[in-house]
Design a protein around this ligand. Sequence first.
Ligand code: KIV
Ligand code: ZN
Length: 396
Amino acid sequence: MTAPASVSGPAADRVQIFDTTLRDGEQSPGATMTLDEKLSVARLLDEMGVDIIEAGFPIASEGDFEAVSAISGVVRNATVCGLARTGAADIERAAKAVEKAHKNRIHTFIATSPIHMARKLQLEPEAVLEKIHFAVTHARKFVDEVQWSPEDATRSEHDFLVKAVQTAVDAGARVINIPDTVGYTAPEESAALIRLLRERVTGIEDVIFSTHCHNDLGMAVANSLAAVSAGARQVECTINGLGERAGNAALEEIVMAMRVRHDILPWTNGVDTTRIMQASRLVSQITGFPVQYNKAVVGKNAFAHESGIHQDGMLKDTTTYEIMRPEMVGLTESNLVMGKHSGRAAFRAKLKDLGHTVGDNQLNDVFVRFKALADTKKEVYDEDILALMAETGADG
Ligand code: KIV
Ligand code: ZN
C-alpha cells in the first residue's frame, strides 16, 4: 500500500479549530446554557479566532434552534455549524438555523459501528449507506459546506468505514470528521485510521479530514494530535474539555501544545491564546462546572509553585519550571503560593512585594513564625504575612 499523500497546498500546516462547546459541551449533564450565555460564549470564540463554531443541534429543541439562529446573526468571522442526523427534517431545521450566518455549515452524522448499527439504529449497513448519500446530498442544497461524521468510527469495521466515507465524499461532503465517540482509541491507532482513510478513499483532494476525540481514557488531546500528524486538518474540541461523560479534547491544550511544542507538532492555528483564560473562566462560570485545580493550561495551579526548590528556581529564571509564560494564556504572572513547602528566598521576595525589606535576623524570626502558621493552613495569604510582620513590630 502506498503512503498517503502529504497534505499540500498554501495552508498545508494550518489546522482548523472547530469548537463544539455549545453543542457537544452543552450535552454534558448539567451544562445547559441560556441563549444569552451561549451568545456570550460564541462572541468570545469568534473574537479569539476559532474557525468553526458548532452552535447546537437545531432539531433537538426550540431553544437550540433559537440559539443557533441567534449565534448565526452575531458571529462575524467564524463559520457557524448546526448538527443534524440524516433525516430531511433534521437537515432542513439545521439549514434554517444557520441561514443568517455569513459562512455556514451543516454537520450530519450517522453511526457506522456494528454495535450502533445493529442495536441502536437497527439498520443493515446498506441502509446506512443510503442514508449517508441522502443526508449529504440533501444538505448540499442548503449550504456550501457539508461535514459528515461516522459516529463511533473508531469501533467501526475498516472496510465498511471506507465505503461509508467514500459515499459521503462522492455525495459532496467537504469535511469528513472521524469521531472517537466513546474515547476508545489510542494515539497510534488514531493516526493509523486517518492514514488508512486518506489512502483508501478516492477523490479527496479538496476534502478536509477532521478528528473528534472524547476523553474517557484521558487520551483525547493525544489522540487528536496523532490524527493531525497523519493528515487531519481540523480538530474538534471544547473549552475546558467540556463534553459528554469525561468530555472532549480540550481546546486550550490542543492550541497550546501546537504553540509550545511547535518544534515537534509543526502546525499552526488561528487562536489568540491570550484569550484562553477568559474563555475558560466564562464557560466555567456559566455552566457552574469548576475547573480542576491541576487542569493543564487553565487550572488554578497550572502556573502556581509552592515548593521551596521550585520557587527558588522560578525567582532566578521562570523557564526552570514553566514551559509557557502565563501571559501567553492571558494571565499576568505566575503565582508563588506561600505554604509549608515554601523556602526563604520566595518568602523574602513575597515580603518585598508586600513592601517590607528585612534584614537576615528579622527574616529568620518571621520565617520561623510563617512556617509554624503554614503547618496549620493549606495556603498562607498576604494578609496572614502582613499580620506576622505586625506581630514582630516590623515597619518595613
Ligand atoms: O462523539 C460523537 O460521535 C459526536 C458526533 C455527533 C460527531 O459528537
Ligand atoms: Zn462527540
